[in-house]
Design a protein around this ligand. Sequence first.
Ligand code: HEC
Length: 196
Amino acid sequence: MTSKWWANEESWRKAAIWVTAFMLVVLIVLTFDTIPKISVGSERVPAYSVINQRIDYVFNEQRNFQVPVIGTEQPLFGTILNEDEAEALVTWGKKITQGRNCMNCHTLLGNGAYYAPDLTKSWLDPNWGDSSMREAMMIRFLMDPPNNYMNDSGRKMPNMHISEDEAKAVIAFLKWMSSIDTNGFPYNFKPIDQEG
Ligand code: HEC
């Protein structure tokens, strides 16, 4: 029987196996290449104790977007935390955002829903006023969003019954997240005036 290779079922089956095997290897290589870049404490994802410091954004001509710059000491809620304490607080904040399904409305690092603003750089949102009142404004907003609304989008965040301690943990998580170098994501945001 002389059939062309392209009409032969067996050659397609072999090709499929080879392509799948090759792509599996590519995937494994990419995974190992990515892990160090997305790990906490790497060049782009600072250690949790970054919440003790000021986070600024500076326009980078070469990359053509705002990049995070970790500045001098600016402890969150006036307390310097060591690495373990900072990790515990940020992790608690992250668990609250997961447990309360904030992603049903918001995006975090681009993941989630598009009803409400992306929270990746919410820490730097100028709507909090200036850096001296930001922490208090964030706590007030998170504990009672409908009565402390932020912008005139017409959409209001419901009261999620977040306690003050939970709000502080969420804010620690948001501050840490804002220090991540996200290659300019989200675009077009204007950072808070730190000197204000
Ligand atoms: C039902 C939808 C919904 C859910 C769920 C929700 N939010 Fe919101 N959130 C909103 C809306 C809408 C706004 C914009 C409100 C405004 O402008 O007053 C907002 C605004 C915010 C802001 C201010 C963002 C900024 O910088 O402008 C923060 C921070 C925030 N939400 C945190 C959270 C957290 C944390 C959770 C989970 C505990 C959560 N949200 C759950 C709808 C939601």
